[in-house]
Design a protein around this ligand. Structure first.
Ligand code: NAD
Length: 437
């Protein structure tokens, strides 16, 4: 089948490369000429493990190509996926749908025959209706069906997630459109990935419900972590104790500095707004948003406390800037709020991240960047682990201790334990009162 993907970012590029790998013919479209130029030259505009080889293989086989020319990409496609960004709108936090609607207008002009237009971007319930209205208004005679097919992949494991999803959700209003999209995913359900065909609105809401639930789970364990610290309990044991219950499950129960990234913060906020507008507020999610917001800044206070109550003039080393490991994505990363909090309190921040420093630079000011964890720690008054990259899991603590000005280790991901850190002379502070016998 022939597919066009509008938007070649984390979702569009990974989906396009994976669909091509299933044997479909895919054109990835982006309005950013620099991105398309890089892709055409074989360079990846984002860091995602395994993506470069997957893209190169499929380009070589002639199944994957890139263009800025949306009309050419869409003209003879069986399905056109909209995978553009839907960031938070400034001011009210509702999803900014201007990229989606612009894509819909552009697609409408380029349609030549029956085409299924699919929103893969995360869009508030009812957006599919509006996309359909926009297309029908500008091309009343166009043969088109608008489908919702939300994406659940995680950055850092995007290819595996796309190829082995827990489920595929297809929200359609007519059977023939659902059939086209089911056919696209056929290689996957041969692998037993369940396909759920729902109404369009149900599919749209399912994506937000999933992200809000996961954000709630993280926030729940983060509050338990704070309580553990106050009452002398260990959050990791609490998490294990509840996670072994099949009704709860062990995932997303790692206490940390609060959720961030390009999805949870904006999607929880957009769900809150949608629900308010619908006269059916989601108070639980409203609270999750508020608790998580205040948590990031609270992590800066934790560091300040570990430094004896003041960081003025002190050098604080930060390991990990991206919102999670194995990505270069800095959108809404907790590190941004933590570093701002430390700088506001007078600290000088030096940071190191294996992949995120390029994207971090325009978002942070006054930060010095190091070349590796050890040079980052040099002469530092405290070392703060913000993102649990594998490269930070087996650091030489003795070597770190030797180059630092003061032996303070604040481990916001509980990578190390107090016993191990203390053995190397560190004053150690983790999250949630972690204890070892
Ligand atoms: P992104 O910012 O990485 O990529 C979006 C791309 O779309 C950009 O390259 C931009 O130049 C391009 N674009 C915007 N308007 C365009 C237009 N009219 N024509 C052509 N190209 C256009 O975004 P992303 O992280 O891939 O997210 C895309 C959508 O998928 C969002 O709605 C997001 O919520 C959702 N999503 C993201 C993830 C994730 O992990 N990143 C996971 C699931 C769902």
């Amino acid at each position: 089948m022939k597919i066009a993907i509008i938007g070649s970012g984390y979702v569009g590029l990974v989906s396009g490369a994976c669909f091509a790998d299933f044997g479909h013919n895919v054109v990835c479209v982006d309005k950013d000429p620099a991105k398309i130029e890089a892709l055409t030259a074989g360079r990846m505009p984002i860091f995602e493990p395994g993506l470069d080889t997957l893209v190169a293989d499929n380009v070589r086989q002639g199944r994957l190509s890139f263009t800025t020319d949306l009309a050419a990409g869409v003209a003879d496609a069986d399905a056109v996926f909209i995978a553009v960004g839907t960031p938070s709108r400034r001011g009210d936090g509702f999803a900014d749908l201007s990229f989606v609607f612009q894509a819909a207008r552009d697609i409408a002009q380029a349609l030549t025959r029956f085409t299924v237009v699919v929103t893969k971007s995360t869009v508030p319930v009812g957006t599919g209706d509006e996309v359909e209205r926009i297309i029908r208004e500008s091309r009343p005679a166009a043969e088109v069906a608008v489908v919702s097919n939300p994406e659940f992949l995680r950055e850092g494991a995007a290819i595996a997630d796309f190829k082995r999803p827990d489920r595929i959700v297809i929200g359609a209003e007519e059977a023939r459109a659902a059939e086209v999209i089911s056919e696209l995913y056929r290689p996957l359900y041969l692998n037993q990935a369940p396909i759920l065909v729902t109404s369009r609105r149900t599919a749209e809401l399912t994506k937000y419900a999933a992200n809000a639930f996961l954000a709630t789970k993280i926030t729940f364990i983060n509050e338990m972590a704070d309580l553990c610290e106050q009452v002398g309990a260990d959050v990791q044991q609490v998490a294990r104790g509840i996670g072994l219950d099949n009704r709860i499950g062990p995932k997303f129960l790692h206490a940390g500095p609060g959720y961030g990234g390009s999805c949870f913060p904006k999607d929880t906020l957009a769900l809150v707004k949608t629900a308010q507008d619908a006269g059916s507020p989601v108070r639980l999610v409203e609270t999750v948003v508020a608790v998580n917001d205040s948590r990031k800044r609270a992590m800066a206070r934790k560091v300040i406390l570990a430094c004896g109550g003041s960081v003025r003039g002190k050098r604080i080393a930060v390991l990990g800037l991206t919102f999670k490991p194995n990505t270069d994505d800095m959108r809404d990363a907790p590190s941004l709020a933590i570093i701002a909090g430390l700088q506001d309190a007078g600290a000088r921040v030096v940071a190191y991240d294996p992949e995120g420093m390029e994207q971090a630079r325009p978002l942070l000011s006054g930060v010095e960047y190091a070349e590796d964890p050890y040079s980052c720690a040099e002469k530092a008054d405290a070392l703060v682990i913000v993102t649990e990259w594998n490269a930070f899991r087996a650091l030489d603590l003795a070597r770190l201790r030797a180059v630092m000005a003061a032996p303070v280790l604040v481990d916001l991901r509980n990578v190390y334990g107090a016993a191990e850190a203390t053995r190397h002379g560190f004053h150690y502070l983790g999250v949630g009162g972690r204890r070892e016998l």
